[in-house]
Design a protein around this ligand. Structure first.
Ligand code: SF4
Ligand code: SF4
Length: 145
């Protein structure tokens, strides 16, 4: 009998570091600026993306130094799993945490690193401007539904 793949067999907390890293689909949707409603605490995504994203390949141009350069850059850790509800609905970590399946375009399923881009499921299909193109007070104009 075929063994279940690790992301269906293990919880996020049980994954080793290699498995944890490979779970990221590279969509970079978490690189979009977010706005939190003070009253409802609901997190809204905007179409404003971090200026350090390489728009040709959806990679961070300063990955090793990202936390220093962008203090609000998202760094996911297994111990923060209870907070994963604010991640994009298609984020692999959120899907696994909620007991859902990975989408068919996920690189772990297709075997192709750029399948998320080809499926138009990455930030490249969503963003309009970078955070260097607007003022902070314009952010609300870019809230996505
Ligand atoms: S939203 Fe989730 S799957 Fe997409 S890049 Fe961010 S951490 Fe990875
Ligand atoms: S620093 Fe890199 S990983 Fe962090 S939000 Fe910006 S582009 Fe994304």
């Amino acid at each position: 009998m075929a063994q279940q793949v690790f992301w269906e067999r293990k919880s996020l907390a049980q994954m080793n570091s290699g498995e944890w890293e490979s779970l990221c689909d590279g969509c970079a949707l978490c690189c979009l600026q977010k706005v939190e409603d003070d009253e409802t605490e609901q997190v809204h995504y905007t179409s404003v993306v971090c200026h350090l994203l390489d728009k040709s390949n959806c990679h961070c141009t300063e990955y090793k130094d990202r936390s220093r350069l962008v203090p609000n850059c998202v760094k996911l850790r297994p111990e923060d799993v209870v907070e994963f509800h604010w991640l994009p609905p298609t984020c692999s970590y959120r899907l696994i945490h909620e007991g859902k399946k990975l989408p068919e375009w996920h690189p772990l399923i297709t075997g192709q690193a750029d399948s998320v881009i080809k499926a138009h499921a990455s930030v490249l299909s969503v963003y309009e401007v970078t955070d260097k193109d607007i003022n902070d007070d314009q952010l609300l104009d870019y809230i996505l539904l």
